[in-house]
Design a protein around this ligand. Structure first.
Ligand code: ZN
Length: 385
């Protein structure tokens, strides 16, 4: 089991430096050009700019708006402005730099999976899921997050069952331009008579979410991060609009009604991302702009090998959020074992997943988040799909 070599700060600086210098000089040139245009337009005529200020007279015949001294002063101001912009660019680049050296630790992520698997099967309403919930909450609190439980009782084919979504937010978080929600379900499918421990489904995405929360706890950008752990994603009997995604449907509806949905600029769902042989599908229910960006990011991160040729719709916890207008994307590998034969079977155990795969998805998500934070795509993806 190999491990991804993490970027060191030195590597990050080397990688960033030429791009930073080029971007800063482009910015400075643009600014310089804009200011020249601006000064040319405030000058009474071209001769002012060439220094023949004495010939300038405004309409009232008062003091000329331009003089050599004033032009010099303006150029001095322009230079000071350029210096300020350069400092500003530097600060922005430092922020990008900080992002470029973040890395998830696959070993830590898989340790969270081991802990979940040790509780045994974890269907909704079970004492094992309660233990798992307490584990998630304790981990998130120890990292520095505040926990809110979204508790509700819902009708299921097995009668009413109490379920709890977990919402983790940074203490004293500023909302800025809004929220990027990172999500996973944490229940396992009820499989009576089988020891279904769900290492991949949904131990892996839950474990990676906790690890991502650790990595991102001190990060600040225009968008804040919330971490969502959904109860009741799995169908009790057969997948349908009523027997599936209980937790995400409840939370999306609640947030639509209380106005919270307006703050959520994007939802990134992870599911089944621990498979040793990763095969991430281009999921076509997802917001296209976000799915395209996931694809583009994977390629630029050298992760092309984890991308599947399969392209099609998959129903998952992102659907209720898409339905209320939140741009959402599902990062999922629904090709688990030969012909997906390990999915929802006792084969879904720790032997089938790897820290390396979880680290790759972690790297993809961090690079994707960096693009969302540093770009303006979330200001443009008004329509969810
Ligand atoms: Zn499942």
């Amino acid at each position: 089991m190999g491990r991804i070599v993490k970027k060191t700060p030195i590597h990050g600086v080397r990688k960033l430096a030429p791009a930073f210098i080029a971007a800063a000089s482009r910015r400075a040139q643009l600014c310089y050009d804009n200011h020249i245009t601006l000064y040319a337009s405030v000058a009474c005529n071209d001769s002012c700019v060439t220094g023949a200020a004495a010939s300038c007279r405004d309409k009232s015949g008062s003091r000329p708006p331009c003089s050599i001294k004033r032009i010099r002063r303006r150029f001095l101001k322009a230079i000071l402005l350029l210096a300020a912009l350069a400092v500003c660019s530097c600060a922005q680049s430092l922020q990008s730099f900080r992002y470029s050296v973040l890395a998830v630790d696959g070993e830590r992520a898989i340790e969270h999976v081991r802990a979940q698997v040790a509780f045994g099967p974890r269907p909704p309403g079970s004492p094992e899921l309660q233990k798992c919930r307490e584990y998630i909450a304790a981990q998130m609190k120890s990292i520095g997050y505040e926990i809110e439980e979204d508790v509700f009782t819902t009708a299921t084919p097995y009668g009413p069952i109490e379920m709890k979504n977990i919402i983790a937010r940074k203490k004293n978080a500023k909302e800025g331009r809004g929220v990027i929600a990172l999500a996973s379900h944490y229940d396992t499918k009820l499989m009576e008579g089988k020891n279904f421990v769900g290492a991949n489904d949904a131990g892996s995405s839950t474990g990676l979410l906790i690890e991502l929360a650790r990595v991102l706890v001190d990060e600040s950008g225009p968008y804040d991060y919330w971490f969502l752990f959904f109860d009741g994603e799995e169908a009790f009997v057969e997948w349908s609009a009523f027997d599936s995604t209980y937790g995400s449907r409840h939370l999306a509806q609640k947030w639509k009604e209380d106005g919270t949905a307006a703050k959520i600029r994007a939802l990134i769902l992870l599911d089944m991302i621990g498979d040793k042989d990763l095969d991430i599908q281009y999921e076509t229910n997802s917001a296209k702009a976000l799915m395209d960006l996931v694809w583009e990011t994977a390629k630029s991160e050298g992760l092309e090998s984890i991308l599947s040729r399969y392209r099609g719709p998959i129903e998952d916890d992102h659907i209720p959020f898409l339905d209320i207008g939140i741009p959402s994307v599902d990062i999922i590998d629904l090709n688990y074992g030969p012909g997906n034969s390990w999915w929802h079977t006792a084969e879904d155990n720790l032997d089938k997943i790897s820290a390396e795969s979880m680290e790759k998805i972690g790297r993809l998500v961090l690079a994707f988040l960096s693009r969302l934070q540093n770009g303006n795509i979330l200001e443009q993806t008004g329509n969810a799909r």
